[in-house]
Design a binder for this molecule. Structure first.
Ligand SMILES: Nc1ncnc2c1ncn2[C@@H]1O[C@H](COP(=O)(O)OP(=O)(O)OP(=O)(O)O)[C@@H](O)[C@H]1O
Ligand SMILES: [Mg+2]
Length: 269
């Protein structure tokens, strides 16, 4: 059995109340998150206000799971040092990356303790500005192409201490932009300049496109969103193996069984 198969088998044990949960030596374990399917199914049309559930439907089971995810992430990242740069991704398209990134960022920003910078690094299908209803603006692509200062393009929101760097002007060649030395310097600069903030980065899926692999190299940790029933075990395995960054955990999204024990499975050692 491969490491990932063991991992998923353990996760299955956790779901069914098995004993695996007792043996997992990790601080993320108590902060379980397993985001249920919302009223409108994934893939259906959701209005932006339905997507930002932690603000617009804070008592829903989905919002509760995002708060658990937030707790788990804080536990993992705020220890002796602050691992502030977190990439949210998935193996395939439309698994719920942007929804997870937006709700996680909002949950963090609503707490007195955290300032948050949410970066839309999905230049192929940017949605953060839509989900937060910010309108089309300049953003990351313009910083990368024109050398515009990040600080000049940050958008303040009215959600706690949340600011956003939108994806920006559409570009034809995102892979080239993200494999550039400019990209590496920009992310390094963001990390240093905003070292007291969480930087949550929404990205394209890993398997069809190359850029998330480059972005992940800059990350302190990756959250892998897995939509229930969508990617195969092989695809999840390939994704985890291709990411050169610590994987903080897997967020199971769009789950159907709402009454089982929630869990948040940690993949890293
Ligand atoms: N748990 C959920 N319940 C219901 N709908 C969901 C859930 N998670 C995501 N969705 C919906 O599914 C659609 C895709 O979600 P999202 O945009 O977050 O996916 P994505 O992985 O970022 O997609 P892409 O690969 O295109 O960037 C959206 O309409 C979103 O509102
Ligand atoms: Mg997206």
């Amino acid at each position: 059995m491969s490491r990932i198969e063991e991992a998923l088998a353990k996760a299955a044990g956790m779901m069914s109340g098995g004993r695996a949960v007792e043996t997992m030596p990790h601080p993320m374990r108590p902060g379980a998150a397993r985001v249920p399917m919302g009223e409108k199914r994934i893939g259906g049309v959701r209005l932006p206000e339905e997507t930002l559930v932690v603000i617009n439907d804070p008592l829903s089971p989905m919002a509760e799971e995002y708060r658990k995810l937030k707790e788990a992430v804080v536990k993992m990242t705020k220890r002796d040092r602050f691992d502030n740069l977190i990439v949210v991704t998935s193996a395939t398209v439309a698994e719920g990356k942007s929804m997870t990134a937006v709700n996680l960022a909002a949950c963090l920003a609503l707490e007195y303790d955290h300032t948050v910078l949410l970066v839309d690094a999905d230049l192929r299908r940017p949605t953060v500005h839509k989900y937060l209803q910010l309108g089309a603006r300049k953003g990351l692509s313009d910083c990368l192409r024109e050398g515009i200062d990040v600080g000049d393009l940050l958008v303040k929101t009215d959600i706690g201490k949340l600011t956003v760097l939108p994806a920006g002007t559409p570009v034809a060649n995102p892979v080239e932009l993200f494999s550039s030395e400019t990209m590496r310097k920009l992310f390094q600069e963001m990390k240093t300049r905003y070292s007291d903030r969480y930087i949550i980065i929404d990205t394209p899926p890993v398997l069809p496109f190359a850029e998330t692999r480059s972005i992940a190299r800059m990350a302190d940790g990756v959250l892998l969103v897995v939509k229930e029933g969508q990617p195969s075990l092989g695809q999840i395995e390939e994704t985890l193996e291709s990411l050169d960054a610590p994987v903080l955990g897997i967020v199971f999204n769009g789950t159907q069984q709402q009454h089982r024990t929630s869990y948040y499975y940690n993949y890293s050692e």
